[in-house]
Design a protein around this ligand. Structure first.
Ligand code: SAH
Length: 334
């Protein structure tokens, strides 16, 4: 799907036509323009030529059926991965990629080890959600949440990510509430600042993973240029200006960042009541190992005793490499 081509086809057409067309894509979730019965045959044919809706995808499903991963092939042959997580409470969360590869080179992240290829277009971001929206529609269900926690750094593709969110949000389209959309960043300061000014209802998540500069700089090269003090100041400003919570993601990596000493340091950083911590079991992608359960519990309890809000993420879809940070397209490596 290429929305730029679509708008070119619609040039000179009355405005309501664009509305019809958008509704067909995002509300009726058509897979082919022949299904768009409100449009003339001529226009449908033109659209099928200039903006085909077919998504070139290869899907794999976890044994527990709670997670599906899809490999989407883009127009230029590049491939990205998208994950659907289906929760027991009926929520369906799509984890989308914002870039092909990633330039951030975080040591623990499989995408980070691939390097950066290019930004995704608005259409390519949307296609990922549409793929699962169409699939769920067949079961009478819908995408309820979207998280930008797939491949790439969303705040280095800020404009495309934000304009994709506008489409996701559109009440005449997918109608996914802003509060059900989360953007996760490794801490790109200009992005956080812009996000603060826009005063959106979208959730902000920060990949922290280490509570001091020495360790964080080792794990996440971005920290060498943007130390924690600056990051925490920017996030503090966000919370102050918007009154919204921020989720700090903290991977639990065995023997690296999981001791009580680090829990103490983390507790000190979480000074604002609107700061919360999400502990994530690490999915091994190479060098590191996940913390054991007992260590994780001790870490969590330390934070809780210090009145810090903590949630723990469950590891879904490990058997299909669909968990966060594992999205590195194994096919390519073979
Ligand atoms: N670049 C953005 C978004 C992508 S990463 C960011 O850094 O936030 C989304 C989340 O998955 C981040 O918290 C990231 O650190 C985490 N992650 C990366 N590798 C992981 C792994 N191997 N196991 C579990 N989570 C991982």
């Amino acid at each position: 799907m290429n929305l730029d081509n679509l708008y070119k086809v619609l040039e000179g057409q009355p405005k309501f036509r664009a509305t019809q067309v958008k509704e067909a894509i995002f509300k009726q979730l058509i897979k082919d323009w022949s299904e768009a019965s409100t449009l003339s045959l001529d226009l449908r044919q033109k659209l099928n030529q200039e903006c085909p809706l077919e998504i070139n995808a290869d899907i794999s499903q976890s044994k527990e059926k709670d997670t599906s991963k899809v490999l989407i092939k883009l127009e230029d042959g590049e491939e990205i991965e998208t994950v659907l997580m289906s929760h027991k409470d009926g929520r369906h969360t799509v984890c989308v990629s914002s870039q092909v590869g990633c330039a951030m080179a975080c040591k623990f992240c499989a995408t980070g080890q691939m390097g950066f290829k290019r930004n995704l277009t608005v259409s390519e971001i949307l296609e990922q959600v549409l793929f699962f929206a169409r699939l769920l529609k067949e079961k009478g269900e819908r995408v309820s949440n979207v998280v930008f926690m797939g491949m790439g750094e969303p705040f280095l593709n800020y404009d495309n990510v934000m304009s994709a969110i506008d489409y996701l949000n559109d009440a005449n389209g997918l109608n996914i509430g802003a509060r059900r959309i989360s953007v996760s960043t490794c801490g790109i300061l200009p992005g956080i600042k812009k996000f603060t000014q826009q005063k959106l209802q979208i959730n902000l998540a920060i990949s922290l993973h280490a509570p001091n500069d020495k360790l964080r700089s080792e794990l996440m090269p971005i920290n060498q240029k943007q130390p924690l003090k600056k990051l925490m100041a920017a996030v503090g400003e966000y919370v102050h200006k918007t009154g919204r919570k921020v989720m700090f993601e903290y991977l639990m990596i065995k023997g690296v960042n999981d001791s009580v000493k680090y829990a103490q340091q983390l507790a000190t950083l979480m000074a604002d009541p609107l700061f919360m911590v999400n502990l994530i079991p690490y999915n091994p992608t190479g060098v590191y190992l996940p913390s054991d359960k007992k260590t994780m519990n001790t870490f969590r309890q330390y934070l809780e005793h210090n009145d810090i809000e903590v949630t723990q993420r469950y590891a879904l879809g490990q058997d299909i490499d669909a968990a966060c940070g594992q999205l590195a397209n194994k096919k390519k490596n073979k």
